[in-house]
Every structure is written in structure tokens, then in C-alpha cells.
Design a protein around this ligand. Structure first.
Ligand SMILES: Cc1cc2nc3c(=O)[nH]c(=O)nc-3n(C[C@H](O)[C@H](O)[C@H](O)COP(=O)(O)OP(=O)(O)OC[C@H]3O[C@@H](n4cnc5c(N)ncnc54)[C@H](O)[C@@H]3O)c2cc1C
Ligand SMILES: *[C@@H]1O[C@H](CO)[C@@H](O)[C@H](O)[C@H]1NC(C)=O
Ligand SMILES: *[C@@H]1O[C@H](CO)[C@@H](O)[C@H](O)[C@H]1NC(C)=O
Ligand SMILES: *[C@@H]1O[C@H](CO)[C@@H](O)[C@H](O)[C@H]1NC(C)=O
Length: 483
């Protein structure tokens, strides 16, 4: 033992030299394989590298081996071929808003193909379609489309990337009228595990069309572009903001549960509940007189708001109203990195008053800044579509419980544990079994069923067909076989 130890002390520097040279060989093999890439490749020894791997959520960190800023399909194909050749992990990053940093592979030392520079937006007004590069951010898309008089249904945060967003659903203030972003995908281009560029639509590679529209983020290949069905923006929309006395939360939810399902599909509402706070943000796709009329029954059953606003504006201005970033950032989105952890629940029939009290107790006690959002689903978003793997079609509202902004690791760990423990119990007692995969959560048990339900089996078969060696994987990716 002692001898080996001594030997090791002598040999240690040698080991290090060997290791360093191994890493160097790998690094140079990597850079020579990637030499034909037209876009930039950034390696960890570059001074700017650390700033380029800060994504939206900073509670967990991974260090890739290289960032490839692809500028075209060929760059993505070359990257895939190199990853296969060098037996490296590979991961796609569009907007970098994965709650668990799975865009960086969910582990160290993968090749990250960043799609930021694959950002064309080509609008065809006549056919009401738009070809949209996977690297675009929602704010840029809303801006460009609304200049041409169109919109796609999608989320509210302007810096979210369309790539990850639309492949996992994509829900926002026009969702009850037009469904999820994924429902509006007509076709895609995707680089598969063989480095081949596939065209995917309802007729060509239709199994992938099904898989990618709901379960596509990170598991099947790298999508470089989408063709979306786009919808004309109404000349005027109405943003709505209501504040309520938190003591009247039970009455508010009673109205939400009763009237929510039958609300006009031009409306989406989102209740926000926090310690001492109760409010609603909402949008109506039309002028304010119609909005007031469409909201009449709900507001007559809801408690009297302490403040109430109907704001007539253009669709793009409504995006700014709900972006919660400076207005000039919406068309030029920036990351706003922060610490957060979220739990997702889906509710079919409305929470009971006991469930609401349980939630309020938790919000009053949890050790970090925490709030819950209750996004009204329904309408077109609830229409089942056999060409989509998204299963959440019988939902009254989606709940997101979000803890954020802790200032030490100890506080963060405590808060995450509280959220996990509470979430598990709340979900088992008060909500449906299911959770929304775009709010991906590494601590969720049986995520396979909670995200994909009965479709999980078929998703595995499609995965095994297109990526049998599981090149595209992360801790919660679709596997090639059942365990
Ligand atoms: C602040 C904030 C607000 C949000 N608001 C909403 C909302 O209103 N509604 C809603 O539905 N969701 C919302 N989300 C969730 C969001 O939809 C998901 O986090 C989504 O996955 C982010 O996509 P991205 O391209 O930015 O992320 P990324 O981190 O780049 O990617 C997410 C996942 O998809 C994979 N992926 C990315 N691009 C591709 C591609 N081109 N091809 C294949 N796989 C790819 C990645 O590898 C990763 O696994 C929000 C998230 C944040 C952080
Ligand atoms: C480092 O990366 C940046 C891109 O972020 C690039 O402009 C620069 O040339 C790189 N530097 C080196 C030494 O490769
Ligand atoms: C896809 O094609 C099938 C028939 O093959 C059709 O029933 C279905 O409506 C189509 N779906 C979409 C989204 O185009
Ligand atoms: C909240 O805290 C109070 C007092 O500390 C405690 O009595 C109560 O059980 C806690 N509630 C929950 C849900 O943890």
C-alpha cells in the first residue's frame, strides 16, 4: 500500500502530463473535425466562453467542450458527424431557457450546437405561413410577424427561444384561440443522428412529425427550422389587469372554476397568487367594448377587483405589456439570468377550497420568494390532435409554482426541497397526475407518464427508429427502450 502511494506521488505529475496531452489531443481532434464550420466555434480556453454558457436559470451549471454557433444546416450536419465520430455527446440550444439547462446536455463535456444565428423569418402572407429559423426568440418573432399583420400563439417571455418552446408545446395569451405553438407547426427541417437533413411534415416522416410536436426538445435530432401556420392579428386587442383583495381568493377561484371553461376563446387569463398578492393578467383578442362584454359574467361572479384595467392596444404592444422587461427589450431580447425552481401541475376540473388553502399556507411559509400562476387553458388548446404527442388536452388551468432569487446555496437547497416536497403532496392530493414538459423538472417522479402519458411507448419506438444509439440524450430525454 505504502509503496503504491509513494509511487503515485512520484507518478502523479506524469499522470497529469498524460491527462493534459490526452485532453489536448481530443481538443485538437475536435477543432480539426469542426474546421469546416462556417459559423464560430468557441472553446473553454476562450475568455468569453464562461459568459456564453450562462443561460436563463443559473441554479445549475454545466461546462460544454465547445459551442458551435451554426449558421446553416450544413454546420449542424458537420457538428453531428463530428460528435458521432469523436463519440461525444451533442445538444441543441435555441433560446437557452431550459429550466434544467438541458440545452447544455444536462452534463459536462458535450458539444453544444447553438442555433442563434439560424434566424431567418420568411413570411408568406398569401398562404398564411412563415418559415422561422429555430434560433429565433419569441420577442423577435412577435415583432416581425406583427409588422406583417400576423401572430403565432406562443409564450409571453420575449427571450424564450422558439426551438425548445415549440417542440415542447408553447402556451400563452392566444392559446385558447389558436392552440399551442406546436399545434401550429406545419413542417420542420431536422438534422438526424446520421447527420442527414430530414424534411418532416404530416405526410413525410409523419412519425417524427408526431413526436416533435410535443416531445421534440433534445431527443430526436436538431430542428433547424419550422414552417408555422400564422394568424392575422386583430386591429386592436385588449390587455386586462385586475387586482383583488387576497382575502377573497376562494370566491375568485370559484368564479374561475365555474366560468373559466365557457369563457370566450378570444380570452386567456392568468391568476397570480403570492404571499399577500392576488391578481389577474389577461388578453382579449378584440376591442375593449367586446372584452368588457366577454368578461361580464366572470367579473359578476368574481369578487370586486380593487383595481381593474382594460387597455386597448395593438397586439405587439400587448406583448410588451406582459413581457415584464423594458419595452425596448422585447424586439431585442436579452437573457435575465436568475435562480429559480418550478413545479408544474395541470388541473382538469378546478381546485377545491381545501387545495387553495393548502397552497396559500405553503406560499406563506416557504423560505424563498415564491408565487403560483394559474393559466387558463381550454378552447383550441384542448382539442386533441392525433398528429401531436402533446397529451394535455383536458385541462382547465395549468399551474406553475415558482420559487426564485435565493441568495445562498443553503437557502436555495432548502427552498428547492420545500418546493419538491410540497409539489409531490399537492399533486397527489389535488391535481391531475400530469405535468407540462416545457416546465421540465429533474425532481419529478414518473415524469415519463406525467409528461407524455400513453404516448410514451410510441415515443420510444420513434426514438429507437431515428436515433437507436441514443446520440441525443439528456437526463429526461426519450429513451430508446423501456427500462
Ligand atoms: C422566463 C421564462 C418564461 C417562460 N414562459 C413560458 C410561457 O409563457 N409558456 C410556455 O409554454 N413556456 C414558457 N417557458 C418555458 C419554455 O417554453 C421552455 O423552457 C423551452 O424549452 C425553452 O426553449 P429554448 O429554446 O429557449 O430553450 P433551450 O434551453 O435552448 O432548449 C430547451 C430544450 O429543447 C432542446 N432544444 C432546443 N432547441 C432545439 C432544437 N432546435 N432542436 C431540437 N431540440 C432543441 C434543448 O436541447 C433543451 O433540451 C418559459 C421559460 C422561461 C425561462
Ligand atoms: C473567442 O470567442 C469569440 C466569440 O465569442 C471570438 O470572437 C474570438 O475570436 C475568440 N477568440 C479566440 C482566441 O479564439
Ligand atoms: C394529417 O394527415 C391526416 C391523414 O393522413 C389527417 O387526418 C390530419 O388531419 C392531418 N393533420 C394535420 C395536422 O395536418
Ligand atoms: C406554516 O408555519 C406555521 C408556523 O410556523 C406552522 O404552524 C404551519 O404548520 C406551517 N404550514 C405549512 C403548510 O407548512
Amino acid at each position: 500500500m505504502k509503496l503504491i502511494k509513494q509511487l503515485n506521488i512520484i507518478l502523479l505529475p506524469l499522470w497529469c502530463i498524460l491527462l493534459i496531452s490526452l485532453v489536448n489531443v481530443n481538443a485538437s481532434a475536435l477543432s480539426s473535425c469542426l474546421a469546416s464550420i462556417k459559423g464560430q466555434t468557441v472553446y473553454p480556453n476562450n475568455k468569453t466562453f464562461p459568459s456564453l454558457i450562462i443561460d436563463e436559470n443559473i441554479y445549475v451549471n454545466y461546462t460544454p467542450s465547445v459551442l458551435v454557433y451554426a449558421v446553416n444546416n450544413q454546420d449542424v450536419q458537420t457538428s453531428v458527424n463530428c460528435a458521432v465520430k469523436l463519440k461525444m455527446g451533442i445538444s441543441a440550444r435555441s433560446g437557452g431557457h431550459s429550466y434544467e439547462k438541458y440545452d447544455l446536455g444536462g452534463r459536462n463535456n458535450v458539444m453544444v450546437v447553438d442555433l442563434t444565428n439560424i434566424n431567418d423569418i420568411i413570411i408568406d402572407s398569401k398562404s398564411q405561413t412563415a418559415k422561422i429559423g429555430a434560433g429565433n426568440r419569441l420577442g423577435v418573432i412577435y415583432n416581425k410577424l406583427s409588422q406583417a399583420g400576423f401572430l403565432i400563439p406562443a409564450g409571453t417571455c420575449p427571450s424564450v427561444g422558439i426551438g425548445g418552446h415549440a417542440l415542447g408545446g408553447g402556451y400563452g395569451f392566444t392559446g385558447r384561440k389558436y392552440g399551442f405553438a406546436s399545434d401550429n407547426i406545419i413542417s420542420m427541417e431536422m438534422v438526424d443522428a446520421n447527420g442527414k437533413l430530414l424534411k418532416i411534415d404530416n405526410a413525410t416522416n409523419s412519425d417524427l412529425f408526431f413526436a416533435l410536436r410535443g416531445a421534440g426538445g433534445g431527443s430526436y435530432g436538431i430542428v433547424t427550422s419550422f414552417v408555422f401556420h400564422i394568424h392575422p392579428t386583430p386591429p386592436q386587442v385588449t390587455s386586462m389587469k385586475f387586482q383583488f383583495n387576497p382575502n377573497q381568493v376562494q370566491q375568485l377561484f370559484k368564479a374561475y372554476n365555474d366560468v373559466g371553461p365557457s369563457l370566450d376563446n378570444n380570452i386567456v387569463l392568468s391568476i397570480s397568487l403570492s404571499k399577500g398578492g392576488l391578481s389577474i393578467d389577461g388578453l382579449y383578442l378584440g376591442p375593449s367594448a367586446n372584452a368588457k362584454n366577454a368578461m361580464k359574467q366572470f367579473l359578476s361572479e368574481a369578487p370586486k377587483p380593487t383595481s381593474s384595467k382594460f387597455i386597448p392596444q395593438s397586439f405587439f404592444d400587448s406583448v410588451k405589456t406582459f413581457a415584464y422587461v423594458p419595452p425596448n427589450e422585447v424586439a431585442n431580447p436579452k437573457h435575465n439570468p436568475y435562480f429559480f425552481k418550478a413545479k408544474s401541475f395541470l388541473v382538469n376540473k378546478g381546485l377545491t377550497s381545501q387545495a387553495i388553502n393548502t397552497m396559500i399556507d405553503f406560499l406563506n411559509n416557504v423560505s424563498c420568494d415564491t408565487y403560483a400562476l394559474f393559466d387558463l387553458f381550454g378552447g383550441t388548446a384542448n382539442i386533441n390532435d392525433v398528429t401531436s404527442s402533446l397529451i394535455h388536452r383536458d385541462v382547465l388551468y395549468g399551474i406553475q409554482l415558482l420559487g426564485q432569487d435565493w441568495n445562498s446555496k443553503t437557502q436555495g437547497d432548502k427552498c428547492i426541497k420545500q418546493l419538491n416536497d410540497f409539489g409531490k403532496e399537492f399533486q397527489s392530493k389535488f391535481t391531475s397526475y400530469f405535468s407540462y414538459q416545457n416546465y421540465i423538472d429533474r425532481d419529478l417522479d414518473d415524469w415519463q407518464t406525467r409528461y407524455y402519458g400513453q404516448n410514451f411507448k410510441r415515443l420510444i419506438e420513434i426514438k429507437a427508429k431515428y436515433d437507436p444509439n441514443n446520440l441525443f440524450n439528456f437526463p429526461q430525454s426519450i429513451p430508446v427502450k423501456t427500462f
